[in-house]
Write a protein that binds this ligand. Sequence first.
Ligand code: NAD
Length: 270
Amino acid sequence: MNYNVVNRGDEVSIQLMNTFHDLIQRQGLTLEENNPDIVLSIGGDGTMLHAFHRYKEQLDHIAFVGIHTGRLGFFADWKPDEVELLAELMGESARQNDLRIVKYPLVEIQIMTPHGIETQLALNEFTLKGADATLVAELHINDELLETFRGDGICISTPSGSTAYNKSLGGAIVHPSLDAIQIAEIASINNRVYRTLGSPILLPKHHHCDIYPRAGQNIVLTLDHICLQRSDIVSIRSMTAAGKKVKFARFRPFPFWSRVREAFIGYERL
Ligand code: NAD
């Protein structure tokens, strides 16, 4: 089994990466940057987002795992002092050819421009915002107008991204076994003249949403940590990516709801 490591670039993460290389190569795994079976992210959730985008063309055969070198991450759930245990469990599963994985849905967006269609994937979410003024856009669901949106922007998240930006916007936390995307408003304008639904909504996998920004607007588009400024967008279609999921390697159980509790609540008992 081949592996690679993506690290945050700080001293602690680099040191941990070097320790991991020693440990895992003793377990018989081979370093392979271009075509790994497992990618270990060392850093925070942002590091995992970088790792995902680096390897997003190879999602069918790569499983990700994360060690956090800051506070507990949602994607990076192993602690630095567990690196030895992680390497042992990884080695064992490589020898037995038994890699346990969970598969989480992704959001796919199709950006229509006068020059053609670009397709992009996100692990957490994509957002659309006005670059220098209020975003004005029609939002259609399954080819029917739902509303004309005015405000800061629109966030469309995956279930695993539901605990990220979406959560700050009052969106629901969605279990990643559900193939769905969530649309959440970012500071919509609502008064006697302008009206939006005001509630986050969940779309099942066979539904799609089209956003048509008012012509000529400067738009900021974010895909996870990536930020693009565009003025050529005619519309953006978003939906649950068909046939593409991200795989996370699980060397021990850590259920999603325990992760939610650990990340946001803590563990106080009566
Ligand atoms: P970053 O790595 O500093 O991430 C920002 C925060 O989001 C960190 O605390 C990180 O742990 C957390 N996070 C990321 N993904 C998460 C997830 N799936 N569940 C729970 N927490 C998660 O910054 P970055 O590298 O630019 O990361 C980009 C991400 O930051 C975006 O995908 C977006 O979700 C998030 N973000 C959040 C807000 C907000 O909450 N107001 C605003 C902008 C971006």
